[in-house]
Design a protein around this ligand. Sequence first.
Ligand SMILES: [Zn+2]
Length: 193
Amino acid sequence: MSEAHVDQGLPPWQFFLLCGMLGATAVVIVATGQSIANILILSATIVAASFVGLGAYRMLAPLVSPTVASAPVVAGGRTRAALEREKTLVLRTIKELEFDFAMKKIAQADYDEMSGRLRRRAMGLIQQLDATSGYRDQIEKELASLVTTPESKASRPQDLKPSSPQDFACAACGTANDADARFCKQCGTSLRS
Ligand SMILES: [Zn+2]
C-alpha cells in the first residue's frame, strides 16, 4: 500500500509526526508558567495521540484507497480470459453464419452485414489479445535467449557432426569420405586400419 501514497506529496507518517510536533510546540507556548513535568506529560500525550492517528490511518487507508496492489494483475488475467472466450465465440458465430448462408437460410444482404460486423469484432479482439500478450512474448524470448542449457547447445546442427570432413579424408588421395565409409569412394583404399 505504501507505493500508492508516494506520489501524493507528504507521506502520511510525516504528516502525523508534523502534527504531533506542532501540537507539542503549542503546548509549550500555551503552558508557559506550568511546571516542566506537566509540559512534558502533555507533550508526550500529544505525540502519542499523533501515533494513534497514524495507526488508525494505516488501518483505514487500504479500505478507502482506490488502488489495491493486487487488483491490476487479477483484472489483467480476467480481461485476457474474457477476450479469449469472446474471440472463440465470435469465430464460432462466423462459422455458423457461413453455414447458414451456405444452406440459404439467410439473405445475401443480411449475411454481408452480419459477417462484416463479426469479422471487425474478431479483428479487434485479436489485436487486443496481441497487445496484452506482447509483454509475455517479449519475456519468453528474452528468457529463451538467456537460457543456454547443454541440451540446447548439443541440438545445434554443427555440433551434431562429430568432426569435420577432413578427419575422414583418404590417406592415399585426400578425398573426403563419409564418417561411416569403409573404403574411399574415389580410389577404393581401405579407410579402416
Ligand atoms: Zn582415396
